[in-house]
Design a binder for this molecule. Structure first.
Ligand SMILES: O=C(O)CCC(=O)C(=O)O
Ligand SMILES: [Fe+2]
Length: 290
């Protein structure tokens, strides 16, 4: 686990560059269990014929009609079906990294795994800033008070579509990337011209190749994206987004004064705005990829 001093240095790099990588965040002897539970969650996703929602739990499915076979590309809030991931979200390793950035009272507003199954093709994420996924009126200075973490479950390489970031872009303000059309970030790819039009040199993109157990931090204003998987190996990536607790009513408690907090009986309003009006269980069959 990071020492307090190392965590402060990570926080400084994060504020300066808009991202920071922590190699070996998770102990190597923990990787097998992480990968096995990720596989189990994927298999549960495969039991759904279409995109499924129940509360904050969400499986995004690419169905066989359009993709030749069924693929799971995302799960949100797998903590509701996995005791392993419920505990994982509030591990001390996370608190050590988060404390210098967010303080000791921390809520979680996103828990996701993104898969890029070989053959699914539609697994790229256009360049964007995650601020587009937050209802800003529900937070005070959400960009400053949020940090998102991405943990490599599988090895992430250029070939299988590792995350790419634009260093320093968190200082450019909100740029509106990928907000055009229906705003779908997984449809199509970012043209170099789109980046140039907002003052970004596409050659500045840094491909974050990661080993299982490595963690990356990025901010809601850091421009990032990733390519589809062109390899034979999946890229499971665990995303958790945390916020300083006293700046919002949203989110599930993760740490109170540094003490890990389990999920309660019922889900709290996080990113999914219709949690109380449309909790499901339900299937969403709109084919956004067409
Ligand atoms: O999984 C990835 O490569 C990036 C995902 C992402 O940026 C997002 O969902 O906002
Ligand atoms: Fe993103």
């Amino acid at each position: 686990m990071l020492t307090a001093n190392e965590a402060r240095q990570v926080a400084e790099r994060y504020r300066e560059e808009g991202y920071a990588i922590i190699r070996g965040f998770l102990d190597p002897d923990e990787i097998d269990a992480l990968q096995a539970e990720t596989r189990r969650v994927y298999e549960e996703g495969l039991t759904h014929h279409a995109t499924f929602r129940h509360g904050n739990l969400y499986f995004e499915i690419l169905p066989e009609e359009d993709f030749g076979q069924r693929y799971v590309i995302q799960v949100h809030w797998q903590a509701w079906i996995s005791a392993y991931f419920e505990a994982f979200r509030r591990r001390q390793e996370y608190f050590a990294v988060l404390e210098p950035i967010l303080g000791r009272d921390i809520k979680q507003v996103a828990q996701q795994i993104h898969w890029k199954p070989p053959g699914a093709n539609l697994t790229g994420y256009r360049f964007h800033q995650d601020l587009r996924f937050r209802d800003q009126s529900s937070y005070d200075d959400v960009a400053f008070n949020t940090v998102t973490t991405g943990l490599a479950i599988d090895r992430a390489t250029r070939e299988n579509g590792c995350l790419q970031v634009i260093p320093g872009s968190q200082k450019m303000g909100y740029l509106g990337l990928s907000d055009d059309g229906d705003g779908q970030i997984m449809k199509g790819l970012t043209a170099e011209e789109e980046l140039k039009a907002v003052g970004i040199d596409p050659n500045d993109a840094v491909a974050l190749e990661m080993e299982p157990g490595d963690l990356v931090l990025w901010s809601l204003l850091t421009v990032h994206g990733s390519m589809p998987n062109h390899s034979a190996h999946d890229r499971a990536f665990a995303i958790s987004s945390y916020v300083r607790a006293d700046t919002t009513d949203r989110g599930e408690w993760a740490f109170r004064d540094g003490i890990p907090q389990a999920l309660g009986e019922t889900p709290k309003l996080c990113k999914y705005d219709k949690l109380f009006e449309r909790p499901g269980p339900l299937y969403e069959t709109q084919p956004w990829w067409r």
